[in-house]
Design a protein around this ligand. Sequence first.
Ligand SMILES: Nc1ncnc2c1ncn2[C@@H]1O[C@H](COP(=O)(O)OP(=O)(O)OP(=O)(O)O)[C@@H](O)[C@H]1O
Length: 316
Amino acid sequence: MGPYVIETDRLTKLYDGNKGCRDITLKVPKGVVYGFLGPNGAGKSTFVRSLLGLIQPTGGTATILGQPISSLASRKQVGYLPELFRYPDWMTGRKLLEFHANLCKVDPKQQRRLIDELLDRVGLHNRGDEKISGYSKGMQQRIGLACALISDPEVIFLDEPTSALDPIGRKEVRELICELRDKGKTVFLNSHLLSEVETICNHVAIINKGRLIVQGDWRELTSIETQVEVTLSSVPNQVFASLSDLVLNSEKIRDENGKSCWLLTLKEEESIPSLISAITSQQGKVYQVTPKKQNLEDIFMYWVNRKESTEHVDHC
Ligand SMILES: Nc1ncnc2c1ncn2[C@@H]1O[C@H](COP(=O)(O)OP(=O)(O)OP(=O)(O)O)[C@@H](O)[C@H]1O
């Protein structure tokens, strides 16, 4: 087995010849939480369902832990929480877990203890013997998470695992995901909650319109442009228009005490000294220059909104 838990080579699943996901090549290292991001309809679920053997790819190849996808050997190592889950609501949470444990051939002697532990871990300790029909949406998501973990899988696919949870539940699930990672498990996480993804993931892939746009450590994708907040006075409003070789974009954020504060997008960090001298040479006074840290949402917006002609760059 190589160092990668999931490896895909131009994995493709097209519906009606165009929709779906196309030529996705990525590598997911062991023991990480891997954020799989993209706008609605980008092809994330299609890709995950292809990897899990739930739908048949129309092209490309992929392995999980070195085994071809859709083989029993690869499926045995995988846990999955789908986004749109619906469990038989006449079952109790405990019965549902027993059912999944039997499907996964978990040793019957271990089941009781395992299920108690899992109910505890997902925050349903006293509720396991209640029927799912009486569960709230958040409780249903928690029992779904327990189902995904019942076979102690090496790779766990979580599709929007916190969408139905309150802030406390979200924090608990984040902690659980980090705990899994710290035990060496690999978590493949689909989520639109970028503030959440950024706290638990280093590695991300962004897809759009069915194609992979970029993958890698998201903090290393921040060097694409530099943004600074500049506080200054005594400059005309159009000062930055004359500095278009340094400043890609300028937006006034506020005026205060005779000074104005601007958010500037620069071509590169090296432009900062030249920018200050250019403003000073036009009799402007610079009071403060603060580089703005980009968060995952900034990175996401940048890559998703890039022009079609420059898409499909793979920054491994
Ligand atoms: N069974 C299907 N038959 C035909 N087209 C489909 C099918 N499933 C998905 N698609 C299309 O494939 C594209 C990708 O859909 P997919 O559900 O994979 O996106 P997604 O990134 O998971 O979106 P979301 O974030 O909204 O869940 C969409 O254009 C969708 O309409």
